[in-house]
Design a protein around this ligand. Sequence first.
Ligand SMILES: *Cc1c(COP(=O)(O)O)cnc(C)c1O
Length: 360
Amino acid sequence: MSRIYNFSAGPAVLPEPVLEQAAEEMLDWRGTGMSVMEMSHRGKAFVSIAEQAQADLKELLNVPDGYQVLFLQGGATAQFAAVPLNLLGDHASADYVNTGSWSKKAIAEARQYGAVNVVAEGAQTDPMGIPPQSQWQTDPNAAYLHYCANETITGVEFLDIPDSQGVPLVSDMSSTFLSRPIDVSQFGVIYAGAQKNFGPAGLTVVIVRDDLLSRASAQTPSVWHYQAQSKADSMLNTPATYSWYIAGLVFQWLKREGGLEAMAKRNARKAAKLYAAIDQSDFYRNPVEPSARSWMNVPFVLADDQLDSAFLKAASEAGLETLKGHRSVGGMRASIYNAMPESGVDALIEFMADFEKQNG
Ligand SMILES: *Cc1c(COP(=O)(O)O)cnc(C)c1O
């Protein structure tokens, strides 16, 4: 067996100990004589898996009282609709910050359900950045203020939490969730698809503040109705049981690794050395302002894009896979989530220097 370094943006690398444990438990989960995939979601065994995962997640993130932690399906994309359906209530509009592709998708989806006020546009500049909050045209009566904490495609990340001045703050954290500690109490809703940083596709975690549970429009599909799912312990229908179980193993791995403080240190170090390697070279370039550079997704371009395919081919031969940038922006992208070991980043940096030496 040989494993490559997988820089995919998602579905993405998972911690090896998690995959090993899942393999070990595949045929017989702890004496039940069946795999987790084959269990009733209402049975004692799965309910214990589900509850443990939820408790571990709350502990990792330090989720305060007064919040519900839901394990839903439909990806972050379903939440693009679920957020306005659940939160607009009788408000005239919602505020959105546009920092790139995923913001845009969230905005387009929200417009199906209500009026959207785009408070700032950040994606057009070179280098790309986040417009300072003093320039945002926010509405104090907005139903909520939505932002994408980390634009997975362009690698633009909010390194600080915006101040929403009393308006419920909603964040798509799909590609940064669990990469560092966050102060959950500053948020109305946080949502994240699992397949970037904490599990297999099919699972979406939604953390919602209790006072926002009673605003849902009557048209809200019940599977995405926060209050209904909260009352049903996220089991209004069959949940994504196997993804939930794997996410639970990832949460336990994170705890063993020292929790989110330790993760943040490691992630900051990994990102800093990769950006430093890019910055000290004229051969590679990252198009994001240092104040908004993602810890998780590091896009870069080669000065000569004629070399792109040679770069990808040689990288693949060196065991470095899925480095091609998103089709909408081209170039390269190295996604260096929690489960990407530091040795993977070191191997990438070494490869990039070698490739530059041979082609620069
Ligand atoms: C991947 C991603 C999405 C979309 O997730 P799906 O699970 O495919 O719906 C949304 N937002 C961000 C920031 C993402 O990285």
